[in-house]
Design a protein around this ligand. Structure first.
Ligand code: NAD
Ligand code: MG
Length: 393
């Protein structure tokens, strides 16, 4: 078997670390050829020592100098900046790109991998939320293979017929059911939401993740972003995507068929499963994940999401239905509001208010190209920052 070269964008994050864990279990199959990191340079240096990539990419010239210092005599070429990310995502010798940078910063390098026709393992859902239609056109044009790593979308991918061609009706599919844990505040009295802290918001009951997605899970904006992600990945109209709260996070999502069948993918909540699935597809490889113990789990529960508790979910539906620049505006406003909340500058409940006000203020516009997406993103960041400073403390 020939070894595949992999670029891991966002190697120092939660998904990146899990990806390198799976890669390390299969040295005969995969080689980490390029790693990127933004702030945790000590971790990136340790990853370079363990995986001996040819390239490491960081944000700035100063960070590059500091990383070179830490690497000593290790033969790793250290690059920096947005162009370098795009470069390692499209190297001819790279077969697979794990897109695991968080937020809008991941869009351009992920698109570079798509344009180069790579096998793209997509964790960076914000890229699809911002530019779904353009992104999917690029996938079609380049022949890139797009494999979802987000656990729900990976579960749906596994539950759809092999070779699914983007036509739900022809595949006999009547609904995609996206499961959601409901996060740490699913049962907290509504009044108490006023006072929740970043620490509480980041303490997810089932998953260990980066801070931004942890807050998104608490507000359920994460599920809203995932509805938009599913719309583009599977060419699914909004009314064919339903969110189901399932607190145990054992069923990762389901596909309902016209004959009454419902297919689902189950497993322990461990991202190494979808990562290994996407790395090896259509084969299967060990991921280091414990076998599912149904007797220990005992029961599975389901309920409908409460939009009064989770207004961010409703905002995501609003942006998806508006189309054009609205999803990019939603995403950017959310990034700004979540950062302000994590910094202690904005109350938890105001996150949804900042996003709603930003959507209200920015005129609806079509997005013809990437440039118009980036304009919407920048405008929404400015607007959300102003609104957030006004409501903040
Ligand atoms: P994280 O915060 O743990 O890691 C983010 C990575 O992106 C880090 O390597 C960081 O250095 C890099 N990064 C941050 N800002 C950057 C910038 N401006 N430029 C370049 N690189 C930058 O996040 P995570 O939890 O690993 O999530 C990564 C992506 O995967 C997100 O889009 C998230 O929604 C998605 N995702 C994560 C999980 C999970 O379990 N963690 C599950 C599903 C989807
Ligand atoms: Mg998910």
């Amino acid at each position: 078997m020939s070894q595949r070269n992999v670029t891991v964008l966002g190697a120092t994050g939660s998904i990146g670390v899990n990806t390198l864990d799976v890669i390390a279990r299969h040295p005969e199959r995969y080689r980490a050829l390029a790693l990127s990191g933004h702030s945790r340079l000590d971790l990136l240096a340790a990853q370079c020592a363990a995986h001996k990539p040819r390239y490491a990419v960081v944000g700035t010239a100063e960070a590059a100098a500091s990383l070179r210092d830490k690497l000593g005599s290790l033969a790793v070429e250290v690059l920096h900046g947005a162009d370098a990310l795009a470069q390692v995502a499209s190297l001819p010798e790279v077969d697979t790109v794990m897109a695991a940078i968080v937020g809008a910063a991941g869009l351009q390098p992920t698109l570079a991998a798509v344009r180069a026709g790579k096998r793209v393992l997509l964790a960076n859902k914000e890229a699809l939320v911002m530019a779904g239609e353009l992104f999917m056109h690029e996938v079609e044009a380049s022949g890139a293979v797009l494999l979802p790593v987000d656990s729900e979308h990976n579960a749906i991918y596994q539950s759809l017929p092999a070779g699914y061609d983007g036509n739900l009706a022809r595949a006999g599919v009547t609904k995609l059911l996206l499961t959601a844990s409901g996060g740490p505040f699913r049962t907290l009295p509504l009044e108490a939401l006023e006072f929740v802290t970043p620490e509480q918001a980041c303490a997810h009951p089932n998953w260990v993740m980066g801070k931004k997605i942890s807050v998104d899970s608490a507000t359920m904006m994460n599920k809203g972003l995932e509805v938009i992600e599913a719309r583009w990945l599977f060419n699914a109209p909004t009314d064919k995507i339903e969110v189901v709260i399932h607190p145990q996070s054992v069923i990762h999502s389901l596909v309902q068929y016209v004959d009454g069948s419902v297919l689902a993918q189950l497993g322990n909540p461990d991202m190494r499963t979808p990562i290994a699935h996407a790395l090896a597809y259509p084969e299967r490889i060990a991921a280091g994940v414990a076998p599912l113990d149904l007797f220990a789990i005992g029961r599975l529960d389901f309920c409908a999401p409460d939009l009064a508790r989770f207004p961010c979910l409703a905002l995501a539906y609003r942006a998806l239905n508006s189309g054009g620049n609205a999803p990019a505006v939603l995403n950017a406003a959310n990034e700004i509001a979540v950062a302000a909340f994590l910094d202690g500058r904005l109350a938890y409940r105001r996150i949804a208010d900042v996003i709603a006000a930003t959507l209200d203020k920015i005129p609806q516009a079509p997005v013809a190209d990437l440039q118009s997406v980036m304009v919407a993103d920048a405008l929404a960041r400015d607007t959300a920052a102003t609104v957030s400073a006004h409501w903040g403390h």
